[in-house]
Design a protein around this ligand. Structure first.
Ligand code: BGC
Length: 350
């Protein structure tokens, strides 16, 4: 524990004895986010900043433009500038080992935010949504929408997932494939492109244009003869948008079921008009408040609240985790979940 954290912990213990609540005066928290280009990280960053400041923390919030080296430099600066605790949503899970060894050396605790940071023993806690459940929910949606329990098909399916360096992809894609693979094995689902491994269906940087051009190729190579595409497993909304764009210009068959994740502003109109069947909503306000609780506990020298101590091994052992719950959103419940909850205004998603 570094000197400031130790002083804070001692002060808290003394105040606790006097029955006085602790406060976070003077503690500076580094928050490293991957990019402002993908919508959710802006919300994550804003929510974290607002909620930490409300508790009296100073916040050093940085975005790295999806560039690993920039993120490493930002974290180096946070350490050099005396940030007392780091909250990091990594760009590439495996690229922070060296810089986080410096954090450990300086006794700066690290919370992995949303994405697990791999192969370093410097990570104290992990807070995320249940990533496996996200993938499973997408897979189950496809099974129900095509009524695969009762129909023989065969139905044509294509898949698109995210950045191969993002550990979440293993859970999103893995969770969905655990549901879909038995139907592929049975022959009820067929993948005309033959692209079925994580590496074949990955999208560098979760980039919409990259997903779009891969899909344009798939459509022109395997569907130009009028073959129907029945369903697309898209791991998130930025990649789903690439699929929607590719279909708009290159496909005239019956419109497929498309999954997604995040309920991005750009995707909600597609959910409403049916060009994207569903998305999995992850309320970034909930994740931020969970992480703020973790920060508070660590600063006070207490154990942070966790609800999973089995699933997330980062290569150095299981990292105690808090998993928030994702929710499936369709045209039937988007108003209640996205608007009535105050997450978006009607105007934002027109
Ligand atoms: C997050 C998703 C997000 C994706 C791209 C993943 O690590 O969990 O919510 O869609 O990154 O930003």
């Amino acid at each position: 524990m570094n000197k400031k954290v130790l002083t804070a912990v001692m002060a808290v213990s003394m105040l606790a004895g006097l029955g006085v609540a602790a406060n976070a005066e003077g503690e500076k928290i580094g928050v490293a986010m991957p990019t402002q280009d993908l919508q959710r990280w802006n919300q994550d960053g804003e929510n974290m900043k607002a909620q930490l400041e409300e508790k009296g923390y100073e916040v050093d919030l940085q975005y790295a433009g999806n560039d690993v080296q920039t993120q490493v430099s930002q974290i180096e600066n946070m350490i050099a500038n005396g940030d007392q605790l780091l909250v990091i949503a990594s760009i590439e899970g495996d690229s922070l080992g060296t810089v986080l060894a410096q954090a450990k050396e300086a006794n700066i605790p690290v919370i992995a935010y949303d994405r697990l940071i791999m192969n370093t023993d410097a990570v104290s806690y992990y807070a995320t949504f249940d990533n496996y459940l996200v993938g499973k929910t997408q897979g189950e949606y496809i099974v129900e929408a095509l009524d695969l329990e009762n129909q023989d098909g065969p139905f044509n399916l294509e898949m698109v997932t995210g950045d191969p360096g993002d550990n979440n992809v293993n859970f999103f894609f893995g969770g969905a494939m655990d549901v879909l693979q038995p139907y592929i094995d049975e022959g009820k689902l067929v993948v005309p492109s033959g692209q079925m491994t994580k590496d074949e269906v990955a999208t560098a940087g979760w980039d919409t244009a990259t997903a779009q051009s891969r899909f344009e190729n798939i459509l022109s190579s395997f569907y130009a003869d009028g073959t129907n595409l029945d369903a697309v497993l898209a791991s998130n909304d930025s990649t789903a948008l690439g699929v929607v764009n590719a279909l708009a210009a290159n496909y005239t068959g019956e419109y497929p079921i498309i999954t997604g994740q995040d309920c991005d502003i750009a995707n909600v109109p597609h959910i409403v008009d049916g060009t994207q069947a569903m998305s999995v909503f992850k309320d970034t306000r909930t994740l931020a408040s969970q992480v703020v609780e973790m920060v508070d506990a660590i600063v006070k020298g207490e154990e942070a609240p966790v609800n999973d101590t089995e699933t997330y091994d980062n290569g150095t052992g299981v990292i105690p985790s808090f998993l928030c719950e994702p929710v499936a959103v369709t045209v039937d419940n988007y108003k209640e979940i996205l608007i009535d909850s105050g997450y978006y205004t009607e105007d934002q998603i027109q």
